[in-house]
Design a binder for this molecule. Structure first.
Ligand SMILES: [Zn+2]
Length: 226
């Protein structure tokens, strides 16, 4: 980082967060609806809203977000509530929203650890089949009745997505988590995007303790530049 000029630094920081949030969405929110439930019939996916925050490091009103992402305010309200609970998005003064720069790394790290733990627990369990989209599980006996017309794959009776063995699904997920983890390592050591810091005239909803709840490295330093 030391060789980068401030301008390059801000671009790379924005880019790093964008990639990070995108990988996060792919790993955890691809088929998750605005209420945090996996439901293939849910028309609006959380990943879409989350990606918008990754691409726009600034405070945004509900109207701005709903226009850009093209979803209704009703859906957006539910999505924001869920993302706030997940500690990925924060609400500032005047009900404006941004990525939760202070807490996102810790929140994501926790999610990764939890997922890895479930993998560990499953390793010794019996072989099962799992739907890639809705997570429905089948035992070997059930799976036999799910065979596709061409006879090459199993198809979920709930959502018609392909059903694969849990071992295969776990491998896929582990590869995705590895990418996310690598990007987390990058993001946790860089300053938060300059555009976010300089663009903000807003304080946090709850006044954080000194050194707590305020974005980590770079926040104070960058304010010093302005
Ligand atoms: Zn399914």
């Amino acid at each position: 980082m030391a060789e980068l000029t401030p301008n390059e630094e801000s671009t790379s920081s924005e880019e790093a967060y964008k990639v990070f949030v995108n990988l996060l969405g792919k790993a955890f929110y691809e088929d998750v609806g605005v209420d945090g439930r996996v439901d293939p019939r849910e028309p609006v996916k959380l990943k879409k809203v989350l990606d918008h925050f990754g691409e726009n490091p600034q405070w945004m009103s509900m109207t701005e977000i709903s226009r850009s992402v093209k979803i209704s305010r009703t859906y957006l309200r539910r999505a924001l509530r869920y993302l706030e609970e997940e500690k990925l998005v924060q609400c500032g003064q005047y009900r404006r929203y941004s990525l939760n720069y202070a807490g996102i790394c810790e929140a994501v790290n926790y999610k990764i650890l939890q997922k890895q733990e479930t993998f560990e627990n499953k390793r010794s369990g019996i072989a099962e089949y799992i739907c890639l989209r809705c997570d429905r599980k089948y035992n070997a006996l059930d799976a036999a009745s799910l065979i596709s017309e061409d006879g090459n794959t199993f198809v979920c009776e709930n959502c018609e997505e392909e059903v694969i063995t849990e071992k295969e699904s776990q491998k896929k997920m582990e590869a995705q988590l590895k990418l996310l983890q690598d990007q987390l390592e990058i993001v946790k050591d860089i300053p938060i995007p300059v555009r976010f810091v300089n663009g903000t005239q807003l304080s946090w909803k709850t006044e954080p303790e000194r050194g707590e709840g305020i974005p980590r490295s770079g926040f104070g330093a960058q304010l010093g530049h302005t």
